[in-house]
Unconditional design. Structure first.
Ligand code: HEC
Length: 135
């Protein structure tokens, strides 16, 4: 019994390892999505200096300083909410909603409070990428 359980666990691990190698890493796919949808305003380096940036009353944020502005912690949930448009602040500030971009299969995201929240894969990938470029 114990032996077959171990075998089952191992084969599950092998399967997930395969899946992982086929799918791009969240950071890589986040970088791709960022490049495609966000650089026009936030700039290639995410510092808020994209070609459209000067047209905004509230300028596109420097996205490499999110953690710094938040006392050193990257607020993943808040960032995802902002990209998704939950906050409603986007319409005021000119940041578009990206509902279509982030429509993707749900994956489990474990929030810092330990809650597991089904989250669109692309949204999580964007947040993961942004977290990786914090200064
Ligand atoms: C059409 C221009 C535009 C595009 C494209 C755009 N943004 Fe923004 N974004 C803004 C503006 C303007 C602000 C600042 C005002 C506000 O928060 O509404 C902002 C703010 C943000 C913030 C809040 C930062 C903070 O510190 O509070 C995040 C996160 C963000 N954008 C992420 C993204 C991501 C990720 C993408 C691509 C999926 C994206 N933005 C595409 C204009 C844009």
């Amino acid at each position: 019994m114990i032996r077959s359980l171990a075998a089952l666990t191992l084969s599950t691990l092998a399967i997930s390892a395969c899946t992982a190698s086929l799918a791009p890493s969240p950071k890589a796919s986040g970088a791709y999505l960022f490049d495609k949808h966000c650089t026009s305003c936030h700039g290639r380096t995410a510092e808020g200096d994209g070609p459209l940036a000067s047209g905004f009353a509230i300028p596109p944020a420097n996205l490499t300083l999110i953690a710094q502005r938040n006392g050193g912690t990257f607020p993943t949930a808040g960032v995802m909410a902002q990209i998704n448009g939950y906050t409603g602040r986007h319409q005021l500030g000119g940041m578009p909603e990206f509902e279509e971009v982030i429509q993707s299969p749900l994956v489990d995201w474990a929030s810092p409070s330990g809650e597991v929240i089904p989250t669109p894969q692309s949204l999580l990938a964007l947040a993961t990428y942004l977290e990786s470029i914090q200064q």
